[in-house]
Design a binder for this molecule. Structure first.
Ligand code: ZN
Length: 136
């Protein structure tokens, strides 16, 4: 697996509407895309910080994994996403062979037209890790 860069940081928020003024007015960043990912029961908002993005994640349903995360741990950094150059499917195979627990056995569509897959935080030093590649 070849990681090219950090694609984004995922941040769990209760409400994008309530969180955005901090990012935009206080930090001076600009939200350039808001998008719902029905599959993951989240609404996402994207801001750019140099080449790295921040992905705000708001649950759209009580049984969303983000809703459960906020319930247990509060708002905050939820995951770290690496862009991989040689394909998410290949990376997953490599990770599985290395004994890393996979949440996704195969890439699936994510926000921002990416193909994504998650690795389990129990296998990744406590950080929910997303691998992504341009897709769709
Ligand atoms: Zn993400």
């Amino acid at each position: 697996m070849k990681i090219s860069h950090i694609e984004h940081l995922g941040i769990a928020v209760k409400s994008i509407e309530e969180a955005l003024p901090y990012y935009e007015k206080v930090l001076g960043l600009k939200c350039y895309n808001i998008e719902e990912v029905a599959d993951q029961k989240v609404k996402t908002a994207f801001l750019k910080v140099g080449d790295v993005k921040l992905e705000l994640l708001e649950p759209t349903s009580e049984d969303s994994t983000i809703a459960k995360y906020i319930e247990k741990r509060g708002e905050g950094i939820h995951h770290l996403a690496f862009a991989v150059e040689d394909g998410v499917a290949n990376a997953l195979q490599e990770m599985e062979a290395a004994g890393i627990r996979l949440i996704d056995k195969a890439p699936r569509p994510g926000a921002e037209k990416l193909n994504i897959a998650f690795l389990h935080p129990k296998s990744t030093q406590g950080i929910l890790t997303e691998l992504c590649e341009p897709g769709q």
